[in-house]
Design a protein around this ligand. Structure first.
Ligand SMILES: O=C(O)CCC(=O)C(=O)O
Length: 290
């Protein structure tokens, strides 16, 4: 349960870190099943619908960068999406009727974990209103050294920055005036969660430390937010992604800044793949050189 101060801080700053949400036993289960997927990735040589691999991945040294759609890969992840403590916190921030429009497990393996360039999730999936947020469950301790989430406080109340390069969506901020000087880390102990607003600027450094950082990310939306990019079967998709409460077919329209993620990226796949052709890289170096 969040305190009124935490809720106010989320409204003002656009993010929160909350410690002690997942128990040691729950973390053990998440680690065990995640280790099993890393083992399975040995048999995979190219990115597919489930596995996204570090460029240096080999069968002998498996380097899984992302497990895609984990809630549909294992019951333990689905249970985490519906964790009562997480849903209580999310309800306090975006209301009791909730859908989920995406989930992923980013593994920043010791010494090799890839960076994620500055972006706003909203650039990927604009909706009719912006009561959307992402929860990151720290499966490991998340520190500046092993590539914790970096955020720009208050940026969720600012503009939507351009995420296009040469007219094509590239999944990272390309605005030449963008400054990251005000960035702060969200550090967490294992079992804690980060929460960030869909319009908050965020990204993360590569992991140059000997400690792996695994972050299980769930995107939650208030149920009256409808995607502006059409799904193939809009109602079926919406109903299937309901996490809590009843479906409704009356979207709430808010005066939000929108730019569609079009023209479509040259490559399809995860954010790592989409950002690969980015010219203005920010997170290439370790944090000391920030
Ligand atoms: O794993 C991270 O550090 C960044 C996660 C993120 O922003 C994303 O995957 O969209």
């Amino acid at each position: 349960m969040l305190t009124p101060d935490q809720i106010q801080s989320y409204r003002d700053q656009g993010y929160l870190g909350v410690e002690g949400v997942f128990s040691a036993a729950e973390l053990d289960e998440l680690r065990q099943v995640t280790d099993e997927f890393v083992e399975k990735s040995r048999a995979v040589t190219t990115n597919d619908q489930v596995f996204d691999l570090e460029p240096s991945h080999t069968p002998e040294t498996p380097r899984l960068r992302r497990l895609k759609d984990p809630i549909n890969q294992h019951e333990i992840y689905r249970r985490a999406l519906q964790h009562p403590k997480v849903l209580e916190i999310v309800s306090q921030l975006i209301g009791p009727a909730i859908t989920s429009n995406g989930n992923k497990l980013n593994l920043k393996l010791a010494n090799v974990g890839s960076p994620v360039e500055w972006h706003q999730d909203w650039a990927f999936y604009p909706h009719t209103n912006d009561d959307l947020l992402a929860v990151g469950i720290a499966i490991d301790e998340s520190t500046l050294q092993n590539g914790c989430l970096m955020v720009i406080p208050g940026s969720h109340r600012g503009p939507l920055l351009d995420h296009h390069q040469e007219g094509v969506f590239i999944g990272a901020v390309t605005d030449p005036c963008f400054q990251s000087d005000a960035a702060v880390p969200i550090t967490l102990k294992a079992g804690g969660i980060s929460i960030h607003h869909t319009r908050l600027l965020h990204g993360s450094f590569p992991n140059r430390s000997p400690k792996t950082r695994r972050l299980l990310l769930f995107q939650y939306c208030t149920a009256d937010a409808w995607p502006l990019m059409p799904n193939e079967n809009p109602w079926e998709t919406y109903v299937a992604t309901m996490v809590q409460g009843e479906p409704l077919n009356v979207p709430r329209l808010a005066p939000v800044p929108v730019r569609l993620p079009l023209a479509e990226p040259k490559v399809s796949g995860s954010i790592y793949e989409i950002q690969r052709g980015l010219n203005n890289v920010n997170f290439g170096d370790e944090p000391e050189k920030m």
